[in-house]
Design a protein around this ligand. Structure first.
Ligand SMILES: [Zn+2]
Length: 507
């Protein structure tokens, strides 16, 4: 039997630190449920000391996850951070506190202004304090890849002595080369007293496009936990991508002496869910989950794949959840068929919510005849957004054409249910509709990005709009909207982003 590698998912923490990827508590709970279906070992749910919203999200994720995975909360080596992590995890069935500090001379001198001896004191103090609050403590040595090796080894020893059971070695800046990083992990196995009874984790960033390579080099050198995110989301160029690490281990398990417990058939669904929640799309040529990952366009390749799939394809698309079903629902599909399909897609709803979804489904089926899985996922996403919305769309009338000045009449309902109607003109119908929204919701914002795509096949496909706006302090918010009518989806997406901005101003 090969070594079991723990998959530590940090989509909800490091992934959320991607500019514009902020998620609501409901978003995080929904993604956590999908991470459970993927069978990840550890879910890093957030950084509770960073904001009350993050604190509440960690609490909600811990409750939703239950026994199914370890739920981890991040903290700096500061007592109040560690206490906040413990408090947020109070209802977790399998809690873990991750705490740590910078260990490279760059971090010690420039960021922290402390000596090596002071750093070791803080490692001991913070890990011991965390250990009093939680039996499962993970220590991270920030910027380990650029730190002095001997000092790093001493910091790890200090953490283990103080009670840490997991030692996390990050390449925080994504600077290393794979061989060098593997050698660092091997060095620690030789030079850190007590490391044989600890779990060694790697946490690599993708600044040179090497995050997966670094993580696998770490595994080859002895690490048994990999920290990663769905779609490789994360700070700057992102983290190691879960799907790449998992499939790398799946294909090379013998060589790496490694396996994971991940249910790979849930990978594509997780990828779609994270992309649609954060509005950060996956590039078409992204490994494993990109739209082109299994598309063969050259005639020679197509011919080869038809004769024997393995000729040009190293992964069977079905292994990662692609093309499993061609089930299409229509207006004649009953309540039972819909709820069965939703269940297969991994959604769980109570009867009342199911009834509401069924009504929305019938409206959609009336408008576009054939309803695909992607449509159902969009519909559920749309309902989730509506549930936390402060302003909702009640009416939209647009007249446009050539050579007409586009005119829009828009009605929004506020939180109290009160309706506001305005009429405006603009350069184009979407421009006019957005001006109308701004007349009602008067909050300073700048539209940074507007993107429209078809969610499914055919000319009656849902139009999926993603917008990114900057709020008054420059913080970026992403909004999404789907509807068969692209002007309606454009307004929904803008409203979603504004609602997120408004909610953030309240906490
Ligand atoms: Zn990171």
């Amino acid at each position: 039997m090969t070594r079991k590698i723990d998959i530590f998912d940090t989509t909800l923490r490091d992934g959320e630190q991607s500019p514009g990827a902020s998620m609501t508590r409901e978003d995080k709970v929904a993604i956590a449920r999908q991470l459970v279906r993927l069978k990840v070992d550890v879910i890093e749910a957030g950084f509770p000391a960073s904001s009350p919203g993050d604190f509440e999200s960690v609490r909600a994720v811990a409750e939703a996850v239950g026994e199914s995975a370890v739920v981890c909360a991040l903290s700096r080596a500061i007592d109040s951070d560690i206490q906040a992590a413990a408090d947020a995890l109070s209802s977790a069935k399998r809690p873990r506190i991750q705490t740590g500090i910078g260990v490279s001379s760059l971090h010690l001198q420039n960021k922290l202004g402390i000596s090596e001896a002071e750093c070791l004191d803080r490692v001991r103090a913070s890990v011991s304090f965390a250990k009093k609050l939680c039996s499962d403590v993970q220590f991270y040595a920030e910027d380990a890849a650029r730190a002095d090796r001997e000092f790093l080894a001493r910091a790890c020893e200090a953490a283990l002595d103080a009670g840490a059971s997991v030692i996390n070695i990050p390449d925080t800046t994504g600077y290393s080369l794979p061989e060098e990083f593997g050698a660092l992990i091997a060095y620690l196995f030789e030079h850190v007293r007590g490391i044989e009874s600890a779990t060694v984790a790697v946490h690599c960033h993708n600044d040179l496009g090497l995050a997966t390579a670094l993580s696998l080099a770490g595994v080859a050198a002895g690490a048994t936990q990999v920290e990663c995110t769905v779609n490789g989301l994360g700070e700057r160029a992102g983290n190691a991508s879960l799907e790449e690490v998992v499939m790398g281990i799946a294909l090379h398990g013998e060589d790496l002496d490694a396996h994971t417990d991940i249910d790979t058939r849930e990978i594509l669904r997780a990828s779609r869910m994270v992309a649609s929640t954060t509005g950060i799309r996956v590039q078409a040529n992204k490994a494993i989950v990109g739209a082109n990952a299994f598309a063969h366009s050259s005639g020679i390749h197509q011919d080869g794949v038809l004769k024997a799939r393995e000729t040009y394809e190293i992964i069977n698309p079905e292994t990662v959840g692609a093309a499993q079903s061609n089930i299409v629902l229509t207006a004649r599909s009953g309540h039972a068929a819909l709820s069965h399909r939703l269940e297969e897609l991994g959604f769980e709803f109570d009867e009342e919510t199911l009834d509401t979804i069924y009504q929305k489904f019938l409206e959609l089926a009336d408008r576009k005849r054939e309803v695909y899985d992607e449509d159902l996922e969009s519909l559920v996403g749309e309902m989730g957004r509506a549930a936390h919305a402060l302003y909702t769309l009640r009416g939209l009338q647009v007249s446009t054409g050539f050579p007409l000045t586009p005119t829009v009449t828009l009605t929004l309902a506020d939180e109290a249910g009160e309706e506001h109607t305005v009429a405006t003109t603009g350069d184009g119908p979407i421009n006019a509709a957005y001006a109308a929204v701004n007349k009602i919701i008067q909050v300073e914002n700048e539209l940074l990005e507007f993107d429209i795509q078809a969610a499914t096949r055919g000319t009656d496909a849902l139009g999926e709009v993603t917008v990114r706006i900057a709020g008054p302090e420059g913080r970026v918010f992403t909004g999404r909207g789907t509807d068969p009518d692209i002007i309606v989806s454009s307004v929904k997406a803008y409203l979603d982003a504004l609602n997120r901005l408004l909610v953030s101003q309240r906490v």
